[in-house]
Design a protein around this ligand. Structure first.
Ligand code: DHB
Length: 391
């Protein structure tokens, strides 16, 4: 063989190796480590997300860009140190290439250093504190932020006769985000805050706090509590007769969570909230989503946490198609930036600057529809930014 032939044979061999390597990659399953609270007080969040993830895979198939999708579910029981340990084990022992889930803010905070160290994409499907994506360059969020879901009700209220408000929030990062955003935007629109309380996240007794709110004689009580807690606050609101005293109930829509709304009874009727998702959203995409979700889970109604999980999977599938099956951290994040699609909740976009979500937020009122309580949307604020800014 002369030198030229050697070179050509060498190049062909190299090309073959490269092809084989990408074939090997293509044949390897892609493991997604899904970490959620499946037991304990926030188990409804885990249950909703798992139902949506399963439905997504059932509808879209478990192979994308030549890679078989395997979801490895871990129950962190809402304990941050457990989230962190599972994140590490999933990456190191199980070779998970994507981390996902994160039911509450402290759980997302706990996993972020692992995502950074391992350069592993981390999809926040649930938690809502604004700063979360700043905790790792490998975080992308498909849920919502509290400033985003709070600013619209803070603008709406003073224009609709609600001038004095008492705020009640869960005493941890998303509650503080919600309280701060509401106070700033409500005051800027002419509102007055007549009292503020922060209540424990774990096992709160809402009675004394709701009584204090009543005594302050506001036009409305503003509430943020995490998903699953709304019914307990609503019970106190009803029992202490706030509605009878002319006090309205407002907040971001976590409090009238679709997972439990129908069990709250007539006391919830008339509650006005702003939020990214309602099961009653009337788009064709959502009608199909709710029907498929309820067919697969006959005892459940999808809530806002479920769409965070659904769109988290949509993000993984879209990215893998764009990267030909690679979930390598920097490639994954570069591909995710600026992506946009129609979710069951409406149009959503991954902000290329913050890796956070930009989405429409709706103003809704709890009404009885065909015998069941729903958040009925009556206004839409388009493209609300993660920090709550509107166009
Ligand atoms: C968070 C959790 C929730 O259940 C919710 O409704 C909003 C925010 C959180 O911890 O970030």
């Amino acid at each position: 063989m002369n030198a030229r032939t050697v070179l050509i044979v060498g190049l062909v061999a190299l090309a073959l190796v490269a092809c084989m390597a990408s074939d090997v990659l293509a044949q390897q399953p892609l493991k997604i480590g899904l970490i959620l609270p499946m037991t304990g007080p926030f188990a409804s969040t885990g249950r909703q997300v798992v139902a949506a993830v399963k439905l997504y895979v059932a509808q879209h198939g478990d192979v994308v860009a030549g890679r078989k999708i395997e979801v490895l579910l871990r129950d962190d029981t809402n304990a941050p140190e457990t989230t962190k340990r599972y994140a590490q084990e999933l990456v190191v022992n199980d070779h998970a290439e994507v981390l996902a889930g994160f039911g509450l803010t402290p759980l997302a905070f706990a996993a972020a250093p692992i995502a950074t160290a391992a350069k592993t994409p981390m999809i926040v499907m649930c938690a809502g504190t604004l700063v979360i994506p700043q905790k790792s360059p490998y975080i992308v969020r498909t849920s919502f932020t509290l400033p985003q879901n709070t600013a619209p009700i803070a603008m709406w209220a003073p224009k609709h006769g609600i001038k004095k408000v008492f705020t009640l929030v869960a005493d941890y990062a998303p509650g503080i985000d919600s309280e701060t955003t509401f106070t700033r935007v409500f005051k800027a629109n002419g509102g007055e805050i007549v009292g503020q309380v922060r209540v424990p996240v774990q096992n709160p007794d809402y009675a004394p706090f709701v009584q204090r709110a009543k005594d302050a004689k506001p036009d409305a009580l503003f509430v943020f509590v995490p998903s699953g807690e709304g019914a307990a606050v609503m019970k106190q609101f009803a029992e202490r007769g706030l509605a009878k005293g002319g006090i309205k109930f407002i907040g971001p829509g976590d409090v009238t969570d679709d997972d439990i709304l129908d069990s709250m009874g007539d006391a919830a009727i008339g509650t006005i909230t702003s939020h990214d998702y309602s099961a009653a959203h009337s788009s064709a995409e959502n009608v199909a989503y709710v029907a498929a979700f309820e067919k697969a889970n006959p005892d459940m109604r999808p809530n806002f946490m479920s769409v965070g999980g659904w769109d988290g999977m949509e993000l993984v599938y879209r990215v893998l198609k764009k990267t030909n099956g690679s979930a390598e951290g920097d490639k994954f994040i570069a591909a995710a930036k600026g992506m946009s699609w129609i979710s069951p909740r409406g149009k959503i976009t991954i902000d290329p600057k913050t890796r956070d979500i930009i989405q429409d937020v709706y103003i809704r009122e709890v009404k009885r529809v065909n015998g069941h309580l729903f958040n009925v949307e009556f206004d839409r604020i388009p493209s609300v930014q993660p920090d709550g800014a509107v166009e």
